[in-house]
Design a protein around this ligand. Structure first.
Ligand SMILES: CSC[C@H]1O[C@@H](n2cnc3c(O)ncnc32)[C@H](O)[C@@H]1O
Ligand SMILES: [Zn+2]
Length: 423
């Protein structure tokens, strides 16, 4: 008798959807196979697709409140406007903005996300209440100012100490220095040292735009990835968001050092940052995962949109229709995200974390289905998701979030907008 079982579904196992039953014990998958399973709680997945939950590997969750606030600008102009308004965000704003982001993610099949922001205690609180899994970091900006750097590192360190492992391990707390253009090499080395002491990871924006690539070259005489490698910053502890502007030998460096890269296709297109060399990085053996970036540059947290975009972009960038195939992009959105952040999940397999989603196979946009894999990758809106299980707990049932008051969250977030409207 399992704690929870899922029967009669078409399960995504070894890159195909096949009939199988799943037994869950505690927060782990305990059985996958053809035998009948019995559970304290049973879900009949007849007519449903069952797959690992999606991992959104780069977010700034509370930026839901700034969705649509600054539009149609390149990164640096966009950031300077965003930073003005972020200075007004209170702890309460970040809490409700995060709740809204989590609501959107759960409903569109995301079981885990990696966030970098501020007022992170509020994000952690929201994660605890809603049942989702998260890798959280306080976003540190030091700007070459030693005193500021000390303060930022203290906040970042306290955050890691306070929250790492919280809620049965659903929260992993790591470091989040913002970028090589907002943090000096000296500061980044202090962060690296601290991450080693606490045996944790580092999430950082790198090589997002051509302007960053050129500016760093001008400032340090080398490109962003080379700079970080030359100072000894890169290792398997590092997760790079974007990595759009990387040269051939830099891809080899990322592979050799064991760095993971988060591809954020919609944000990169919207801010006109460019198209990341995903095919080249995957071919070189780099662990590439998928993210949305913040809701102010995307403008949603629907990872299914990124899945399709990522695949289509590689086809056009390489001129090959077989580039970034359906099964490969789905692995990026699931297993690779969990792997990047050192979590044993993202696969329907015994021993893996029980982070599982179910989709309605009978939605009009999935019919007819010659192979559900192609429906999921190329025909999803995100609203096909009916059930979400995180850490062995059901948090979305028949499209209803069980852990949140949906109406209240939407109402609160809509009201908070007034604060940011300029008179
Ligand atoms: C210091 S907390 C994180 C910080 O990052 C900002 N941000 C959001 N999107 C991007 C992006 O695409 N590149 C760089 N920085 C970004 C966010 O507004 C926060 O200030
Ligand atoms: Zn970002």
């Amino acid at each position: 008798m399992y704690d929870l079982c899922i029967s009669n579904g078409l399960c995504f196992i070894n890159n195909e959807f096949i009939e199988a039953n799943i037994g869950i014990e505690g927060n782990r998958i305990a059985y996958v196979g053809k035998e009948d399973v019995k559970g304290e709680f049973e879900i009949d997945a007849g007519g449903k697709l069952v797959m690992p939950g999606l991992f959104n590997a780069h977010t700034h969750l509370a930026m839901t409140l700034l969705r649509g606030y600054v539009e149609d600008m390149p990164l640096m102009d966009w950031l300077s406007r965003v930073w003005q308004v972020e200075a007004k965000l209170s702890e309460e704003d970040v809490y409700w903005g995060s709740m809204l982001g989590i609501l959107e993610m759960i409903k569109s099949g995301t079981t885990a996300f990696a966030d970098m922001y501020f007022h992170m205690d509020e994000v952690a609180k929201a994660v605890g209440e809603t049942g989702i899994r998260a890798v959280l970091s306080y976003g540190m900006i030091e700007s070459g100012d030693d005193e500021k750097g000390e303060k930022e590192l203290k906040i970042g360190t306290e955050f890691v100490k306070d929250w790492d492992g919280a809620f049965n391990g659903r929260i992993k707390a790591i470091f989040g220095p913002h970028a090589p253009y907002t943090c000096s090499p000296e500061f980044l080395l202090k962060v690296k040292e601290r991450a080693e002491e606490l045996d944790t990871l580092i999430h950082i924006h790198v090589a997002e735009t051509r302007q960053e690539f050129e500016d760093i070259k001008k400032r340090y005489g080398k490109t962003p990835v080379r700079l970080l490698d030359d100072i000894g910053f890169l290792s398997k502890r590092v997760i790079v968001a974007h990595g759009v502007w990387v040269e051939d030998d830099e891809i080899s460096i990322l592979k050799e050092r064991g760095v993971s890269v988060v591809h954020n296709p919609a944000s990169n297109l919207k801010l006109a940052a460019g198209i990341a060399r995903v095919t080249d990085m995957l071919n070189a053996g780099v662990n590439v995962c998928l993210g949305t970036d913040g809701a102010a540059s995307n403008n949603t947290y629907n990872l299914f949109e990124e899945i399709k975009l990522a695949s289509l972009l590689q086809k056009v960038a390489t001129g090959r229709a077989d580039a970034l195939k359906a099964s490969d992009v789905l692995t990026m959105a699931t297993r690779n995200g969990y792997r990047a952040y050192g979590l044993n999940g993202g696969k329907i397999e015994e021993g893996m974390l029980a982070d599982i989603i179910m989709l309605d196979a009978k939605r009009c946009n999935y019919v007819p289905s010659y192979n559900p894999l192609y429906s999921v990758v190329y025909a999803s809106y995100g609203c096909e998701v009916t059930h979400v299980i995180v850490d062995g707990e059901l948090i979305l049932e028949d499209g209803m979030v069980l852990t949140m008051d949906e109406e209240k969250v939407i109402d609160k977030a809509e009201k908070l907008k007034d604060k940011f409207l300029v008179a």
